[in-house]
Design a protein around this ligand. Structure first.
Ligand SMILES: Nc1ncnc2c1ncn2[C@@H]1O[C@H](COP(=O)(O)OP(=O)(O)OP(=O)(O)O)[C@@H](O)[C@H]1O
Ligand SMILES: [Mg+2]
Length: 257
């Protein structure tokens, strides 16, 4: 198996008002190519910080992060930006879509930012791909809407389309269903499972047992350290979902969740 991600002894320390906050403490884990991994843990345990650290969005204080064999801590800022744009996808709630662009144009933005897509032919190809993605996510009819003219679930599906526009090897998602009701959350998670089954490696942070139960593996973070690693195996269909949820719930209760 190829490792998509190899984090070794990752530490992240923030200094605020001369006070050190060791948010990540020697975090080590692997994500295999094609895996769908969830990170859970109490609020403030460092989940978002971990996602930023292993996706090269933020520098680590010490430790190493391999991304498909490439050591991210050695990559210079400019190359890192290219690597992120071309090989990674992000579904982060804080990364708002631009208000003055339509849904389709927001989805296309990372494509047009990538040097790989210079020229009219490439741009046309990407436009068609954006529409195909929107169709797949069930938001094709919203292409020309402003981002204020869609629901939270639809906007989140647009974020997934945007994260996929450059065919990333791996997608990082921070609470992708966080602001959604149960039905919209199910739909968005099912889309994430579908994109994973099509070959994209996914690492997501969630507080939702129903979301994590559809993942292959769950890492539990507490006080900046990995405190558990539960292998659930591939989610094969809704008939086993209740069992997976029960298993995960018991495991989490054991952890004091
Ligand atoms: N940019 C920053 N500068 C200083 N401290 C930060 C920064 N970002 C996060 N922290 C601190 O790091 C710790 C972990 O924050 P983080 O956002 O990673 O937690 P989390 O597990 O994602 O929590 P939540 O579930 O609430 O989203 C917190 O104590 C937070 O205050
Ligand atoms: Mg967070």
């Amino acid at each position: 198996m190829t490792a998509a991600l190899e984090a070794k002894n990752v530490c992240k320390t923030y200094v605020v008002n001369k006070r050190q906050n060791n948010v990540l403490r020697n975090v080590s884990f692997d994500v295999e190519d094609g895996e769908l991994v969830a990170v859970m843990g109490p609020s403030g345990s460092g989940k978002t910080t971990l996602l930023y650290a292993v996706s090269g969005m933020d520098e680590v204080t010490s430790g190493s992060v391999g991304f498909y064999g490439q050591e991210l801590t050695q990559v210079r800022a400019k190359e890192m930006a290219t690597l992120r744009l071309d090989s990674m996808g992000f579904i982060f709630q804080q990364m708002y879509m631009l208000k003055n662009l339509t849904i389709a144009d927001n989805i296309l933005l990372p494509a047009f930012q990538s040097k790989k897509n210079r020229g009219t032919a490439k741009r046309r190809e990407k436009s068609a791909y954006a529409h195909e993605l929107m169709y797949r996510m069930g938001i094709a009819e919203l292409a020309r809407n402003d981002i204020t003219e869609v629901s939270g679930g639809q906007l989140q599906r647009a974020c997934i389309c945007r994260s996929l526009i450059n065919d990333p090897q791996m997608v990082f998602a921070d609470e992708p269903t966080g602001s959604l009701n149960k039905q919209a959350s199910n739909e968005v998670m099912d889309q994430i499972v579908t994109l994973n089954r099509a070959g994209t490696t996914v690492m997501l942070v969630t507080h939702d047992i129903r979301v994590a139960a559809k993942c292959d593996r769950v890492l539990y973070l507490i006080d900046g350290s990995i405190n558990g690693d539960l292998a659930l195996g591939k989610h094969e269909g809704d008939h086993t979902l209740k069992d997976r949820e029960r298993r995960l719930n018991n495991w989490l209760l054991d952890k004091g969740w």
